[in-house]
Design a binder for this molecule. Structure first.
Ligand code: FAD
Ligand code: FMN
Length: 456
């Protein structure tokens, strides 16, 4: 690596350290969640200040982490606070709330993240009178997207139109900008726990060695897809992660934007495995991170990698339910990690619906999937190859075709996990799910954690 690249990575470490700090505080806050809420209830019950609602709208967990951090700061400053996902909030509760702080990210093309989709439709879709509410909005987004902070802005506009009173102007955060985040946190008093901790270090970038790389789709009409195996470059215990989690890869040419990849293995596999599609820019150069992983790095080289818990896509709470796993392309990574966890747990009530182009070239992890089918780990398997027949046929079409089976699985309490392309696949699957399940059940799935997505 040259000097500029190292300097760039140095800058990225500062951002990474801040993010790690947020993650560490979040982890601790999460563990103290019950206590914090209990304390908050006790404080308000004792005639103290009324509790502040800290509401989050999050897809991959950043807004949720900041919400918990905000609540902890409020709590440390003597203000009781309750943290809640926006989808868990109804119009009546909001109507009787005196003070609410919203931390809201944006997904899709200026849309609400999954954790706020029901709120956006149900509550924001109807007129409300919120004159007794004081509020503030922290909007998370990325200026690379056309509709910067689209959902945070829409939420702010809706609250304002409903008569709610802003405590201060909305703060828009571009790509986790530390200055904008500091401005928000400064509102709630000094941090109680900014000391470094083991948790922070665990969440920071570390060097991992590429142990193996294999092209999985030779001859494909699509871009090359690689299976990668990585191990920590320093000896020691394998760090922990759960199926559903992500990693971030630091890129020297773009130090403020690490790239996310879904982990496709479990720590017990002894390797952190990824499924990476090699991006190519229109000028023929390779994508920064996917090019690094699929081409620039040689086996034996190291890369800066950080584990990123993705609580919204873990199995937590759904372990005893049947699972419907739906995805396409590299989305198989996240689904494979879940299937490995299910196989290890002896749970065989799994249905995989996976889409790619052609069976001859794009049947990723074929041996493993066929072995799961033979062993019964997959109770049902639908491989959907869009180009193996004259008309294009995708996973959402298979779901509609299998509507009765889908209804049966949902009636039996199944949870739905979707991983892969946001455009086309995830939006099509969402529409199919709404059509088959009906709007009421779709909302219930969304608000009770039975519908989880890792889509990009
Ligand atoms: C939650 C999540 C999970 C993900 N999981 C996976 C996964 O498991 N596997 C996987 O393969 N991917 C995954 N991704 C996508 C991944 O994070 C990257 O976005 C992807 O690999 C492309 O990154 P890159 O650095 O290679 O490409 P970049 O260099 O960032 O390029 C991406 C695009 O940006 C534009 N662009 C950038 N630079 C230029 C330029 N110089 N000229 C022209 N156009 C340009 C082009 O449109 C290009 O196609 C995931 C994303 C998210 C958010
Ligand atoms: C697939 C995808 C779509 C996104 N769309 C937008 C967008 O339209 N506007 C925007 O400002 N940010 C967009 N973002 C950026 C996220 O809002 C931002 O990364 C945010 O910090 C994520 O927070 P979360 O982890 O709480 O979901 C998008 C990110 C991804 C991965």
């Amino acid at each position: 690596m040259n000097d500029a690249a190292w300097r760039a990575l140095g800058a990225s470490s500062t951002v990474a350290a801040y993010a790690a700090l947020c993650a560490a505080i979040y982890l601790r806050a999460r563990r103290q969640k019950t206590a914090a809420v209990r304390d908050a209830a006790a404080l308000s019950g004792n005639g103290g200040q009324p509790s502040t609602l800290v509401l989050f709208a999050s897809q991959t967990g950043q807004a949720e982490a900041i919400a918990w951090q905000t609540a902890r700061r409020l709590h440390a400053a003597g203000t009781p606070a309750r943290v809640m996902e926006l989808n868990a909030l109804d119009a009546a509760t909001l109507g009787s709330t005196e003070r609410a702080l919203f931390v809201a990210s944006t997904y899709g093309e200026g849309d609400a993240p999954d954790g706020a989709s029901v709120f956006a439709e149900r509550v924001m879709g109807s007129p409300s009178a919120l004159a007794s509410l004081r509020y503030a909005v922290l909007a998370l987004g990325d200026r690379q997207y056309t509709n910067f902070c689209g959902f945070g802005r829409a939420l702010d506009a809706w609250l304002h139109a409903a008569g709610a009173v802003r405590e201060f102007e909305r703060i828009d955060v571009d790509n986790s900008d530390p200055a904008a985040l500091a401005e928000w946190h400064a509102r709630w008093g000094a941090a109680a726990d900014l000391e470094s901790s083991l948790e922070e270090q665990a969440a920071s970038f570390a060097q991992w060695r590429l142990a193996s790389r294999e092209l999985l789709n030779a001859g494909s009409a699509g871009a090359p897809v690689f299976h990668l195996g990585l191990v920590p470059s320093h000896a020691g215990a394998m760090p922990h992660w759960a199926s559903g989690d992500l990693v971030q890869i630091a890129v020297a040419s773009d130090p403020t934007r690490p790239r996310d990849y879904s982990i496709s293995s479990l720590p017990t596999d002894g390797e952190l495995q990824l499924l990476v599609r090699q991006e190519q820019h229109p000028d023929g150069t390779l994508g920064s991170a996917s090019g690094l992983l699929s081409s620039t790095l040689s086996v034996g080289d190291t890369v800066a990698l950080r584990l990123r818990p993705h609580r919204g896509f873990r199995l937590d709470g759904n372990e005893s339910r049947p699972l419907i796993l739906i995805g396409n392309g590299t989305g198989l990574a996240g689904l494979r990690a879940h299937l490995r966890a299910r196989a290890a747990a002896g749970r065989h009530d799994n249905w995989l619906v996976f889409g790619e182009r052609q069976a001859a070239h794009d049947f990723l992890y074929r041996d493993e999937i066929e072995a799961w089918q033979a062993d019964g780990v997959l109770q049902r398997l639908d491989m959907v190859f869009s180009r193996d027949q004259p008309e294009r046929f995708y996973v959402q079409h298979r779901l509609l075709q299998s509507a009765d089976t889908l209804k049966d699985w949902l009636r039996n309490g199944a949870a739905v996990y979707v991983c892969g392309s946001l455009q086309g696949m995830a939006s099509g699957v969402d529409a199919a799910l709404r059509q088959v399940a009906g709007e009421a059940l779709w909302s219930e799935l969304s608000t009770t954690g039975r519908y989880r997505r890792d889509v990009y």
